[in-house]
Design a protein around this ligand. Structure first.
Ligand SMILES: NC(=O)c1ccc[n+]([C@@H]2O[C@H](COP(=O)([O-])OP(=O)(O)OC[C@H]3O[C@@H](n4cnc5c(N)ncnc54)[C@H](O)[C@@H]3O)[C@@H](O)[C@H]2O)c1
Length: 448
């Protein structure tokens, strides 16, 4: 029974227990995704809401036991994930309002779901963010940090992280970007290495966006950084080098939730059955602030690039030109206020079969953007914290399960197939589990 108790309390990992406090600092704290995630987590704590969509909370980890038989174990039982009660929230935004007001503004959750956690939400407020309208043209920043150089602003973010740790008596923190999508940027000279990036921050190099300053600051504070938007952010040689040098977890980019999640399930089906494809037209309407930001061509280009990359990789177009050599792939997002967060997506897929005969698939997904994204945020936070405690620094490719444009290193192609990604995630979790020798202790307990 001692084994069981130690698992529930969180197995020691790098001197930390899952039961010790974890700080979750969110960039874009007052946004729709952040507030939906936080209100949901508070509800899990207070009124035992079911964490639907979270693999960390409801998933099971498959593995082969020592007697050679296949078995599974609930993820939370298998691994010393941070306790829900131990999580402290904080973060940055460019609007100064309580999370209660921000949750109501987002208009994702009904009042009946907000009321039980209203008091807790009302106590949360962001600190001022680092923002520049040049990088998100459809937003006005009202609540901002001031500084002459990007380097100074980055140092102020570091100071925020340190202050949060002291005031909340927290020694581990994860930072996650749930803020607006920045304009499209490509890697430039300032992103080439650590020295060039530091110089770029001091010279206010325009290729260094605010999201990169948050990431740089987090890494220097030995804090994992996750990127939920399609911005370049941590996907540059300089930031990858910094994270590797400091052995800090980074992962990105762009939460995989609605239309792209479906695409990465349907496209592998076509490939598995060697069915051809001539076109895939995806469009959707969205009426929340994210939709308004994406209405700007600069931010839309960042999102479009992220969404378009998926098919080429999955179908491996060069290997089967007769099936996939001439695909028309189009992605459109329309800002349509009446729908708010309740995005509607349409996919028209033109495929062909035996003797080249054409067929069509139509998908109409009436989804809820933030409802799909919130459990993704939750899992990413828990797994990034776990990985950091297990000593896994640098780019975490296995977290690609949660991203539209998964980062890949060493010249590897990123994996997009949802189920292949899930297998990679399981494999890494098993590796961490084995590192902790939890499998044997669990088996002893299960058999006892
Ligand atoms: N919901 C989904 O399914 C989904 C999927 C993939 C990616 N995303 C991305 O997640 C992000 C958040 O989406 P959302 O619907 O919550 O958007 P939102 O507009 O509701 O929230 C974004 C928040 O970020 C704040 N912000 C903007 N720039 C900032 C900065 N530099 N520093 C601090 N705060 C800043 C805004 O004030 C706002 O409160 C977007 O980039 C979106 O593209 C969402």
């Amino acid at each position: 029974m001692n084994t069981q108790r130690s698992l529930q309390q969180g197995v020691s990992l790098n001197g930390h227990r899952g039961s010790e406090k974890l700080g979750v600092l969110i960039v874009g704290l007052n946004g729709a995704v952040s507030t939906t995630y936080i209100a949901g987590l508070l509800s899990m704590r207070k009124v035992q809401a079911t964490p639907v969509g979270s693999l960390a909370e409801l998933g099971a980890l498959p593995f082969v036991g020592s007697n050679g038989s296949a078995t599974t174990l609930p993820v939370r039982q298998a691994l010393p994930l941070a306790n829900l009660d131990s999580i402290e929230f904080g973060g940055w935004d460019i609007r100064d309002e309580s999370l209660l007001d921000a949750t109501r503004y987002a208009d994702v959750l009904q009042e009946k779901d907000i009321t039980p956690v209203a008091e807790e939400l009302n106590m949360l407020r962001p600190v001022p963010g680092v923002f520049n309208k040049e990088y998100v043209r459809n937003l006005e920043g009202e609540y901002l940090k001031r500084g002459d150089t990007k380097f100074e602003l980055m140092e102020q973010i570091r100071e925020d992280i340190r202050r949060f740790k002291v005031t909340h008596d927290v020694d581990r923190v994860v930072v996650i970007w749930c803020a607006s999508t920045e304009v499209y940027l490509e890697t430039s000279e300032a992103h080439e290495n650590i020295t060039a990036f530091e110089e770029g921050m001091r010279n206010n190099d325009p290729s260094i966006a605010p999201s990169m300053l948050y990431a740089w600051a987090a890494i220097l504070e030995n804090t994992p950084f996750l990127n939920g938007a399609p911005n370049l952010t941590v996907d540059t040689p300089a930031i990858v080098d910094l994270a590797t040098k400091h052995n800090v977890v980074i992962a990105g980019k762009d939460f995989k939730t609605g239309q792209t999640m479906l695409k990465t399930v349907l496209a592998p089906m076509l490939k598995a059955r060697m069915l051809g494809l001539t076109g895939w037209f995806s469009s959707n309407i969205l009426g929340n602030r994210d939709g308004e930001v994406l209405d700007d061509p600069g931010s839309f280009k960042t999102k479009e690039t992220s969404k378009l990359s998926v098919l080429d990789y999955i179908l491996d177009t060069e290997k089967n030109p007769e099936l996939y050599g001439d695909i028309h792939h189009t992605v459109r997002i329309y800002y349509y206020p009446p729908r708010g967060d309740n995005k509607e997506g349409w996919d028209n897929i033109d495929l062909f079969g035996w003797m080249g005969y054409p067929m069509q698939i139509k998908v109409n997904f009436l989804c809820r953007d933030s409802i799909l994204a919130a459990p993704v945020v939750h899992d990413l936070v828990l797994f990034a914290d776990l990985a950091q405690r297990a000593g896994l620094g640098g780019v975490q490719e296995w977290l690609g399960f949660y991203f539209k444009s998964p980062m890949a290193t060493g010249g590897h192609k990123p994996e997009h197939d949802l189920f292949a990604q899930r297998d990679a995630l399981h494999a890494k979790l098993r590796e961490i589990m084995q590192k902790l020798s939890v499998i044997s202790t669990v088996e002893v307990e299960t058999e006892a």
